[in-house]
Every structure is written in structure tokens, then in C-alpha cells.
Design a protein around this ligand. Structure first.
Ligand SMILES: *Cc1c(COP(=O)(O)O)cnc(C)c1O
Length: 401
């Protein structure tokens, strides 16, 4: 992000490029707690996890995930847990198991691009349903209903959301479940940001509010424990009415054999990680992300031509770019490319999430860099805003001093 006056993408280090993506470890300011590190050290030292595990994971590791994912409302049975190589792999297995070529799945717009990549690679059609920025990125429920047809194999719901940082209210989750139940469509719940919500908000998992709708919940260590490289994710099959035919469960198990299970060292550490990570660690991460998002929000709010949308959780903030204020740029892509070239600040364009006229900020970067980035964005916008640009060129009367 931060060498100024560099006029080509080449002078950026790899680190700077990664800052735009979803890796919270890039700058070293967010680290997993020592309990987690020690659990892995012990797992390696024990030499108990050098071999192959069952493809769905060791029983003890699955028990730990079942316990971690249970609460007063849902009891997860370890047999319903499948460990995967990260949450992306969990999503891959779910999409592959539920949908076949010629069918479609519904994904959010704006949304994380991996759903489309995974599905289209399998010949599955992707249809999008809209989120509504003016309502804190709630799902447009009418649009969701309209998209469902007889070939719809699953609805993907991402809550809390990447790229929006939104968190659905309990009522909104109930409304979504109601639609899925009414149309008999199973849900793939991408809940990799579960519990990563700011003070005053509550995370409601889809599975905690329905016993009716079949739900495949996908999560993992990646975001909440700040260890994306460890590749530990999981699927939890919630099918209390046994609607998902035995086939789907069997399909998921068969598919898990294609990757021959997930990393065994992390599996060995999983019971300790999930049971012994202190609450303070989670609270500190949330408080950092929350203060970063307020900092970025307040700074961007003052910038002409931009409109930030305050997140309620996760690690991102969406910023609306009023392109009519920046006549030099035809798209959000051009805007972020020039921002990168002129200010070495890299934000992903809305296009990456199938959503024009926005850019996504990652709020995991250290606060001093975030502040610097916001200032550079401000200078960039002031320089390219039609009003200031025109006044420089003499089109607008100078203020007479
Ligand atoms: C990061 C992310 C994932 C998956 O991450 P893995 O590294 O594969 O565990 C899944 N969904 C969303 C929305 C994400 O942002």
C-alpha cells in the first residue's frame, strides 16, 4: 500500500498487493493467540498426527467442532461434521454435492467470487440475488424469491458478509429461512465470519433458527483465529428432518475422499484450539476491527464523491464511488487502478464482487497505515473530483480573496 509516487504496479511488493485481499496476517498486527500456537507445537511434537486421518477427519477433532458449534438452540453430532481443507473446500464439497450440471444455485450480489468460480467449473448455473445497501445489505427478499425456479439446487447465504461487513438481524435470518422452507430449497451457509460482529450486534446462525430447512454450514479457523494458511475448515450437516436424502450425506463423504482429508497436524491441535482459546483474544480482535472501521468510516465520510457504508462485523467496508463526480474514470476498476498508480493504495473494485461503482476496503491493516491510506484516498479524490479539477482549469470561479 504505501510507497508513494510509484507509477507502476511493479514497484509494489507482494505484501502491498495482498493488502487488498482477505488475508488478515499480511501486516503482522493481527496474530493468533499463544494457546493456538502451542496447541500446534504440541500436536507436531506428539508425532501422533503424521499419518493419514479418516477423510472426514479424526473423531476427536470432529467432536471438538461439534461442541464448538453447539449452543442452546442447536446440538451438533460429530457424525455431522466433515473437516475440510479450509472453508473454500467446504463450499466446494457442498456445491458439488447439492447441485448438478444444468441446475442452478443462487448467490448474493455483491458477493464473494469463489461461489461462482466453483459452480461454473462444474457446469452449474449461477443466479444472483441482490443485497440492499440502503438496508445494511439485507437480502432483497422479493428478488430472492423471484430467482428461485424448479432447477434451483441451493441458496448460498453469506453472513456476516464479505465484502459488505454486514450482519443479519434475527428477523432477517427468519425471513430467509421462511423462503427456503416455502420453496423447498436447501441452504449453503457460508458462516466463516461467525461471531465476528461488533459490540451491540449478535450473530444468528441459520441453523440455530430452523429445524425444518436442510442447511450445510461452512466455517473454519481461517478468519476468527487469524490462520488462513492452516487450511482448516468444516461442513456441518444440519438435517433434522432427514430431508437431504442419504445421498447428499453419502456424496459429501465420498467427495471428502478426493482430498484425502484435511491437515492432520491442525486436526490434532483442534480440540485445544477450540476449547482453550481465551475469550479475550476474540474480544481484542473485534475491538481492533471495530475501531479500524470507525476510523476509516469517519475519514471516508468527509471525502467528496465517496460514501462509506459502516460495517457491523467481518473485516471489510464497502465504499460507494459516485462516478459522476470523477469524469476521468469510466468504472470502479479504472478508479482503483489509478488510485493504486498514483497513491499506492489498493482497494478491490466492486466488479470483483459483481457490483459496480463500489470499492472494498480491508480494515485489518494497522491503524496508522489505514489512516494514511484514507488520507491518500482523500487527496486522490480531491484531485480528480470534477469540481476541484474544473476550478484548477479555470472553469469554476476562484474564491475571490
Ligand atoms: C475467506 C473466506 C472464505 C474461505 O476461506 P478459507 O481460507 O478457504 O478457509 C469463505 N468465504 C468467505 C466469504 C471468505 O471471505
Amino acid at each position: 500500500v504505501f510507497t508513494r509516487n510509484c507509477n507502476s504496479a511493479e514497484c509494489l511488493t507482494e505484501k502491498q498487493i495482498y493488502a487488498a485481499y482477505r488475508d488478515p496476517t499480511t501486516f503482522g498486527n493481527l496474530k493468533p493467540p499463544k494457546e493456538v500456537i502451542e496447541a500446534v507445537q504440541e500436536s507436531v511434537a506428539s508425532q501422533l498426527y503424521n499419518g493419514y486421518a479418516p477423510s472426514t477427519g479424526y473423531q476427536k477433532a470432529r467432536e471438538a467442532v461439534a461442541e464448538y458449534s453447539s449452543n442452546e438452540l442447536v446440538k451438533v453430532d460429530p457424525k455431522d461434521v466433515i473437516l475440510c481443507s479450509g472453508c473454500s473446500c467446504a463450499l466446494d464439497l457442498c456445491i458439488t454435492a447439492l447441485a448438478r450440471e444444468g441446475q442452478n444455485i443462487l448467490i448474493p450480489r455483491p458477493g464473494f467470487s469463489i461461489y461462482r468460480t466453483l459452480a461454473e467449473g462444474l457446469g452449474i448455473t449461477v443466479k444472483t440475488y441482490n443485497l440492499r445497501p440502503e438496508l445494511g445489505w439485507e437480502i432483497d427478499l422479493d428478488d430472492l424469491k423471484e430467482q428461485i425456479d424448479e432447477s434451483t439446487a441451493a441458496i448460498v447465504i453469506n453472513n456476516p458478509s464479505n465484502p459488505c461487513g454486514s450482519v443479519f438481524s434475527r428477523d432477517h435470518v427468519l425471513d430467509i429461512l421462511d423462503i427456503a422452507a416455502r420453496y423447498y430449497v436447501p441452504i449453503i451457509a457460508d458462516e466463516i465470519y461467525e461471531h465476528m460482529v461488533f459490540p451491540g450486534r449478535t450473530f444468528h446462525s441459520l441453523a440455530s433458527l430452523s429445524t425444518e430447512v436442510p442447511i450445510l454450514s461452512c466455517s473454519g479457523l481461517t478468519k476468527r483465529f487469524l490462520v488462513p494458511g492452516w487450511r482448516m475448515g468444516w461442513i456441518i450437516i444440519h438435517d433434522r428432518q432427514n430431508v437431504l436424502e442419504a445421498e447428499i450425506r453419502k456424496g459429501l463423504h465420498c467427495l471428502s475422499q478426493r482430498i484425502i482429508g484435511s491437515n492432520t497436524i491442525v486436526q490434532g491441535a483442534l480440540p485445544t484450539i477450540l476449547r482453550k482459546t481465551p475469550q479475550k483474544f476474540f474480544d481484542d480482535v473485534i475491538s481492533t476491527l471495530h475501531s479500524h472501521s470507525k476510523l476509516a468510516y469517519n475519514c471516508i465520510l468527509k471525502i467528496p464523491g465517496l460514501k462509506p457504508i459502516m460495517p457491523d462485523g467481518a473485516m471489510y467496508m464497502m465504499v460507494y464511488i459516485d462516478l459522476s463526480c470523477f469524469p476521468e474514470f469510466n468504472s470502479d476498476l479504472e478508479f482503483v487502478q489509478r488510485l493504486l498508480m498514483e497513491e499506492s493504495v489498493f482497494c478491490l473494485p466492486g466488479q470483483c464482487f459483481d457490483y459496480r461503482s463500489y470499492m472494498r476496503l480491508v480494515i485489518t491493516v494497522p491503524s496508522d497505515m489505514l489512516e494514511e491510506a484514507c488520507q491518500r484516498i482523500q487527496e486522490f479524490c480531491e484531485r480528480h473530483h470534477y469540481k476541484t479539477a474544473e476550478s484548477r482549469n479555470g472553469f469554476v470561479n476562484e474564491i475571490p480573496y
